[in-house]
Ligand binder design. Structure first.
Ligand code: C5P
Length: 235
């Protein structure tokens, strides 16, 4: 039986937030942002282990109390790289050195900056993709009209949104396949894992998600994420 292992690349800085503190540690509903995705992943009975990949010089992680997560579930590795893809690839290599983890195990890569992933979305992704040949990702169809801008920030064309989806995470692929795919691409040119799989000629499945699982990117996103988390707690 293949296992399901989560990998959270958390070695980025989050320059667009304009903050001194790396994005994954910004305070959200009284906790560092990464806590919320960790909570969802570590609480899932389907997930065997959760790997967090930090920058080698990360000094923040050790400042917080993570004792609510079981030691045999949460694994922290200081092996992040220069790009997201490098951090994921280094994380996969670190996972591989564990005797209990094999090439055919499923890896669910999830951004630390998507704190509002729900347990239901996670279980749905696993259920749909576990029998799949390739794997896939949570995603939502594009709702807005898309404009192509010129250098003066003027709209020069309207792109058709037909068939376009916004990729989210988790993105779920078998460890061996994902490692091969990420080893072959220019890591600076991709922003998610599925694009490395696509570059191999494979077609990841898009599993319908919702807008709550958005990526916290700009300062105003923090207030929105907080509202979503609060609403969920009071249910
Ligand atoms: O910057 P962005 O929001 O696209 O980052 C997505 C995820 O990738 C974040 O969780 C971030 O910490 C992670 N990342 C990483 N290593 C990098 C760059 C980003 O682990 N070098």
């Amino acid at each position: 039986m293949s296992r399901f292992i989560a990998l959270i690349p958390a070695a980025g800085f989050g320059a667009r937030m304009g903050n001194q503190l790396p994005k994954q540690y910004l305070s959200l509903a009284g906790k560092p942002m990464i806590y919320h995705a960790l909570h969802t992943l570590c609480s899932s009975a389907s997930i065997f282990r959760v790997f967090v990949i930090l920058a080698p010089d990360d000094h923040e992680w050790a400042r917080y109390d993570w004792s609510s997560f079981a030691d045999d579930k949460l694994a922290v590795r200081y092996c992040g790289g220069a790009t997201r893809a490098d951090s994921v690839l280094n994380g996969l290599k670190a996972m591989q050195s564990e005797a209990s983890i094999g090439q055919d195990d499923w890896v669910l890569v999830h951004d630390a900056a998507r704190p509002c992933l729900s347990a239901a979305q996670l279980e749905q992704l696993i259920e749909v993709l576990a029998p799949d040949e390739v794997g896939g990702l949570l995603a939502i169809p594009v709702a807005d009209t898309l404009k192509r801008a010129d250098a003066d920030q003027r709209a020069v064309a309207t792109a058709s949104r037909a068939g376009l989806w916004q990729a989210q995470t988790p993105q779920m692929f078998r460890l061996g396949l994902l490692k091969e795919a990420l080893s072959k691409v220019d890591s600076a040119s991709i922003t998610d894992d599925a694009s490395a799989i696509e570059a191999m000629g494979l077609h990841p499945r898009l599993v319908l998600s919702d807008a709550y699982n958005f990526k916290v990117t700009y300062p105003q996103d923090l207030a929105l994420a907080e509202l979503i988390l609060q609403k969920r707690e009071t249910k």
